[in-house]
Write a protein that binds this ligand. Sequence first.
Ligand code: ADP
Ligand code: ZN
Length: 604
Amino acid sequence: MDTTPDPQAVLRQVFGYEQFRPLQGDIIHEVVAGGNALVLMPTGGGKSLCYQVPALVRPGTAIVVSPLIALMQDQVTALRQLGVRAAFLNSSMDYEQARDTESALLNGDLDLLYCAPERLLQPRTLGLLHQSALSLFAIDEAHCVSQWGHDFRADYLGLDILAREFPAVPRIALTATADERTRKEIAERLSLTDARHFVSGFDRPNIQYRIAPKTNANSQLVDFIKTEHNGDAGIVYCLSRNKVEATARLLRDKGLTALPYHAGLPAEQRAAHQERFLREDGVIVVATIAFGMGIDKPDVRFVAHMDLPKSLESYYQETGRAGRDGNPSTAWMVYGLQDVIKLRQMLEGSMGSDQFKRVERQKMDAMLGLCEVTSCRRQALLRYFGDTLETPCGNCDTCLTPPETWDGTVAVQKALSCVFRTGQRFGVSYLIDVLRGSENDRIRQFGHHEVSTYGIGKDLTVNEWKSVFRQLVANGYLRADPDGYGALQLTESCRPLLQGKQAVELRKDPAVKKSAGRSGSRSGSAVRAQITDHDGWEVLRACRKELADKQGVPPYVIFHDTTLFDMLERKPATLEELAEVSGVGSAKLEKYGETFLQAIAQLG
Ligand code: ADP
Ligand code: ZN
């Protein structure tokens, strides 16, 4: 960069984008002018540009504090592809490499230097920084400074030193996960109370939220992927290692590329699977929650949950790994009565103080509440995070196919009374057998064919009763005995229901269709629907893959999907025309322009 370039020009030439997103422009203006900023934007909102553009506009090197080595490497690889002089300093490099990077910093040969916090705080590094020309400090994943959050890192606490030792260098802190309290904490601990705060909503409009009752989870999953996301990259979360293995096998048997990932696998195998997920197109990782942290893959098209997450925080974080590139993506989940019972049991049976359990119980209630809600899921989700969405979103299952409700007052009374009459010692299947008046030996053995609730529930099917019980447990009217085998017991709050004093509206579970995804035609398939020219898409994907493999980098650092879509639509024939495509900056135009023009020319 020669004399001070203007941000808009940097955006266009280096990144190949037409315009800033809302907020980006303001943030960049603030930082370029030397101000401090605290930025809250959802994943995929475009946080990186908020410091990368000022880093290229202001003289000197920008120091980016980042907690994860993998993320650092990703970002540096992507920036180098753009012709930006970027490097990192962390514990993964040897002495020699570190020395080279340090002298590049001193010589002013770097636009951005990514640095792990513990490295940054070493006296040696601080000394180097004092001798270098610095454009700004960016503190990524700033919520790591919060002791309440789940990503706390003690080294982040030391970062307030930057304000004291480098008062003239602007600082920008960024995070995607911060409620009001965490934001205040970040501002205080990083000495950013006087900084301008830029807060955009939490919404991820391109993610379609869907939660379906579990009927046959395996076939539901296969059906979902096959009809809506065939050939797409995705993550499937399961609670246990065994289930991870079994599900990966299932998907492979169905002809999909699926790899397991859990803590029981050897480290090399885990690394290899993660690597394939990043480098190849259309790989599905089946994982326990351990997978995903620090994965910056922009084109994950779906996240599927085969088991309920413990809280909405986890749900939001895990589903948030879909669609960072802004293209339509699906957050899909199935859940059923057994999940509810299992989670409740795990919680009640866990060690932990009463205080701890109370908090966990509230979190779980919120999660179950989202599952059973009959209005817009996105509104409910955002409300939980203190954000408001004025109107229903139109892109979640409850908006697309509003669930019916029914007056469950009498059914609920029957169910609760059956639990009571049988002594609160039995699980759901048994209770349903009693309600439906089944002829079975166990019932006779216990004499329950003589209780008043025997056979009073023939009007509902087994599945309908399961749905009633699920909702009763989800809403806290029944609890599962933590020590037993899922025996259901009454709770205090069920009294008015039992007495029929309180009317209850229940959610009617949608009838099981062969293709559960019909309602979701706007989701993943929308990405495919954007592509009218499927052969062309495959040609461009192959072209990108070849270039990526040659350099040993993931395909998305060559070009994002969005850029390939745009190429397909515009079919540029010259370099000038190709430069107009979103995501094609000058460095990539030079490096890959001819190759892609040739590929496009073949398409006819
Ligand atoms: P975050 O760090 O907030 O999760 P990123 O910085 O990774 O988000 O950006 C998400 C995606 O949006 C990336 O694919 C990025 O290239 C793209 N993007 C960001 N800003 C713009 C813009 N102004 N125009 C077009 N695409 C953008
Ligand atoms: Zn909605």
